[in-house]
Design a protein around this ligand. Structure first.
Ligand code: AMP
Length: 249
């Protein structure tokens, strides 16, 4: 079994996001970038399946600028065997990413594609679903547990009502939840070893995919500032304020 894992380079989740003055987007210059957090879970799960002897190869793929190579390299340092970087300049939308991933799937012929449930920069939660539709493959989204069977996967999904368990035939697309596993840290020897692992570079143009934006972003604004809270001296004062000022009881 071969597993392809899609990893996206995004602004690190610890960074305080700043909106550009002209509201055309967020500041990315000199800002720490990292792998999209659920994509780390996707890589971890693929590597664990390989370590359990149920997969032969894990291939990490990223679509983005030259620097997205760092994201692929990190996946290699935690156990992926080789990487692919599809080079695209500027912002790329989920539909274009899924069309590119479809081309990579046709070339690599994986049995499974693991992805994150959502990218923390655009919060789209679309790419996995679109890829499944383009390939006409079954999908298991928001996976918090994956059991590999002979020709299928049993996947536990985090849904509003609780946990849903489904079985999908392979080949399939799985989008991973943060609760799926605990991603490992890359050790120094493995970071060094990863430097020798191959990363194939392809341009989106070579794949014949049109990456033109279909969505026009009008503006990006910061969320309204929250008002500072106050301290009350007693329960009586709290009840009085909730009743007479907030008018919620
Ligand atoms: P989204 O639909 O943008 O919320 O992204 C969902 C998932 O699709 C991410 O967690 C990644 O696994 C994958 N993905 C989205 N964009 C890219 C990209 N540019 N390169 C690689 N994977 C991506």
């Amino acid at each position: 079994m071969k597993i392809l894992v899609a990893v996206k380079r995004v602004i690190d989740y610890n960074v305080q996001i700043r909106v550009k003055e002209d509201k055309s987007g967020v500041v990315t210059d000199n800002v720490k970038m990292s792998t999209n957090p659920p994509d780390d879970n996707a890589i971890e799960e693929a590597v664990k399946i390989k370590e359990a002897g149920k997969a032969k190869e894990v291939v990490a793929v990223s679509v983005g600028e030259e620097k997205a190579q760092e994201t692929v390299r990190k996946a290699l340092a935690v156990g992926a065997d080789r990487g692919i970087l599809v080079k695209v300049d500027g912002v790329i939308e989920p539909l274009a990413v899924s069309k590119i991933l479809k081309k990579i799937v046709e070339k690599e012929k994986p049995d499974l594609v693991f992805m994150g449930k959502q990218a923390i920069d655009d919060d789209c939660n679309q790419t996995g679903q679109m890829l499944a539709a383009l390939l006409n493959w079954p999908q298991a989204t928001f996976a918090s547990k994956i059991e590999v069977k002979e020709k299928s996967l049993v996947v536990t999904r985090e849904v509003d009502e609780g946990l849903e368990t489904i079985e999908v035939n392979v080949p399939a697309i799985v989008t991973c939840d943060l609760r799926l596993n605990e991603p490992r840290y890359a050790s120094l020897p493995n970071i060094m070893k990863a430097k020798k692992k191959p990363i194939e570079q392809i341009s989106a143009g070579d794949l014949g995919v049109d990456v033109k934006s279909r969505i026009e972003q009008i503006k990006v604004e910061e969320p309204p500032k929250r008002k500072a809270g106050i301290k009350v001296a007693s329960v009586e004062e709290l009840v009085q304020k909730l009743k007479n000022e907030a008018k919620v009881i």
